[in-house]
Design a protein around this ligand. Structure first.
Ligand code: C2E
Ligand code: MG
Ligand code: MG
Ligand code: MG
Length: 285
């Protein structure tokens, strides 16, 4: 019985693995088609100053709406693009969209920065740098308006290469922000060795911080650390006014999350920037 049983489960396991690989392959083919069929678009989520409500930036977040109109999350397709060596194409698309969009945002809000998420593969080879040089010329982009968001895990993969690439980005005039701060491992040495401009405290520390002493200890220490290092600090995933008030009281510079706004399609993002500015003007009077 045991032999038969184990053989059976082996067959079942194989089948599941096979289905998984097949599904992934199909999703990857669909992703390639989607990029060519204009089914991918860049949405923008605002980051605001918690103290004066001034807009700090707009984070570019990729959206894939398939032919049936359903959204496929970047948490699903970015890892598949990474596995299949397709990040290069994805990043080229996002960077070009953002560079083409930037002037529009700047016309409404001259102080705004646009944040772009990178993947570990973007640090392999020179294509990212080549792309940036080319697109910067094509769209006449001021590099100080662009912030690249990197995660600690991206850097862990090849620390020396990552340090080199971050150095090149900073030399080119771009700003660098550490995304999902606190969930990786290399943060302190990165902060020590590189002129990082910003730390984004991961949502997992923010979402339940009002009920957790440990989360508060981590959040408050990170805010202190950022201040000591001369970095700005952002809280991601702020969903309610109480959390926003707590973060403001603790001196967190910027807030991002559904409490302020979700990620918005390009025209809605422009509209949001515009009305945010109008509301501020009215309140000032
Ligand atoms: P991330 O860069 O940490 O982005 C934050 C994610 O949290 C976004 O999910 C955003 O929509 C979501 N979020 C923002 N505020 C809240 C909130 O208050 N509550 C909750 N529950 N969620 C909130 P999204 O857009 O699904 O992106 C997920 C991840 O996919 C991003 O995490 C980023 O790592 C990656 N990603 C997205 N766009 C790109 C891209 O263009 N390139 C690359 N390489 N990665 C991307
Ligand atoms: Mg990000
Ligand atoms: Mg993040
Ligand atoms: Mg995150």
């Amino acid at each position: 019985y045991a032999a038969k049983h184990s053989r059976q489960s082996l067959v079942i396991f194989d089948q599941a693995l096979h289905d998984g690989v097949e599904a992934e392959f199909e999703l990857f083919s669909a992703l390639k088609k989607a990029l060519n069929a204009n089914q991918l678009s860049v949405f923008y989520q605002p980051l605001v100053c918690g103290h004066n409500n001034e807009v700090h930036g707009m984070e570019a977040l990729l959206r894939w709406r398939d032919a049936s109109g359903t959204f496929i999350s970047p948490m699903t397709f970015i890892p598949i693009a990474e596995k299949n060596n397709y990040i290069k194409q994805i990043s080229a698309f996002v960077i070009e969209q953002v560079f083409a969009q930037l002037d529009d945002f700047l016309a409404i809000e001259p102080g705004v920065t646009v944040h772009i998420n990178l993947s570990s593969q973007d640090f392999q080879g020179r294509y990212l740098i080549n792309q940036l040089v080319e697109l910067q010329t094509k769209y006449d982009v001021q590099p100080s308006r662009i912030v690249f968001e990197l995660t600690e895990s991206m850097v862990m993969l090849d620390v020396e290469q990552a340090k080199y690439m971050i150095g090149v980005l900073i030399d080119m005039g771009f700003a660098v922000s550490i995304d999902d701060f606190g969930t990786g491992f290399s943060s302190f040495s990165m902060l020590r060795e590189l002129p990082i401009s910003q730390i984004k405290i991961d949502r997992s520390f923010i979402s339940a911080c009002l009920d957790s002493d440990k989360d508060q200890a981590i959040v408050e220490t990170t805010i202190y650390l950022a201040n000591r290092l001369g970095c700005s600090v952002v809280a991601e995933g702020v969903e309610d006014s109480k959390t926003a008030a707590y973060l403001n009281a603790k001196g967190c510079h910027y807030l991002q999350g559904y409490y302020i706004s979700e990620a918005l399609e390009r025209d809605s993002a422009k509209h949001w920037l515009h009305s945010h500015r109008m509301v501020k003007k009215v309140l000032k009077r």
